[in-house]
Design a protein around this ligand. Structure first.
Ligand code: FES
Length: 165
């Protein structure tokens, strides 16, 4: 938690979640899910507020926030790029796809979000469409049977669409 910055957020949104789901310890998960849906991640200030306004202790709230893989503790890019590293994708070149993505995004080792906050890259185990391997998913859209070249083209297309908007 030490790397987390204090986020500038409107705490009335957090209060609305608490009002909707209640103040018992059990309400922590739906409240955190609601916060993540609103912000794309769990702002530190929001978690603090939840511990102050509900019966859940800081340990319980941070325990839930860090235990479940779907919760994010850092701001994410506008697009979430999921790179499959499941067995089928791994066998068909997921590592090369991942390397190309990092290169295209300008991400160095350990970084997952582009400096312009356009993309966050996540590694996932299986996207459930192994026959299309290797596969990535950009937001809700699946791209399969990828090559390094196809990956470059996909993100050139995204960049063009950004310019046109
Ligand atoms: S292993 Fe990649 S989609 Fe299943």
């Amino acid at each position: 938690m030490s790397e987390q910055t204090v986020d500038d957020i409107d705490l009335s949104v957090v209060d609305q979640m608490i009002e909707r789901y209640g103040t018992t310890t059990d309400a922590a998960i739906p409240i955190l899910l609601g916060l993540q849906e609103t912000y794309g991640y769990l702002p530190f200030k929001a978690l603090q507020h939840v511990t102050e306004k509900t019966e859940a202790t800081p340990n319980q709230v941070y325990g839930v926030a860090t235990f479940y893989g779907q919760f994010r503790m850092k701001p994410v890019g506008r697009h979430i790029v999921r790179v499959c590293h499941g067995t089928a994708c791994h066998v068909r070149g997921a590592v090369g796809i991942d390397e190309t993505l990092m290169e295209v995004m300008g991400l160095a080792g350990g970084e997952d979000t582009t400096a312009d906050m356009e993309y966050t890259v996540e590694k996932v185990a299986c996207l459930g469409c192994c026959s299309l391997s290797p596969v990535i998913m950009v937001d809700d859209k699946v791209y399969g049977k990828l090559t390094r070249q196809k990956v470059r083209k996909i993100f050139q297309q995204y960049a063009r669409e950004e310019v046109e908007q």
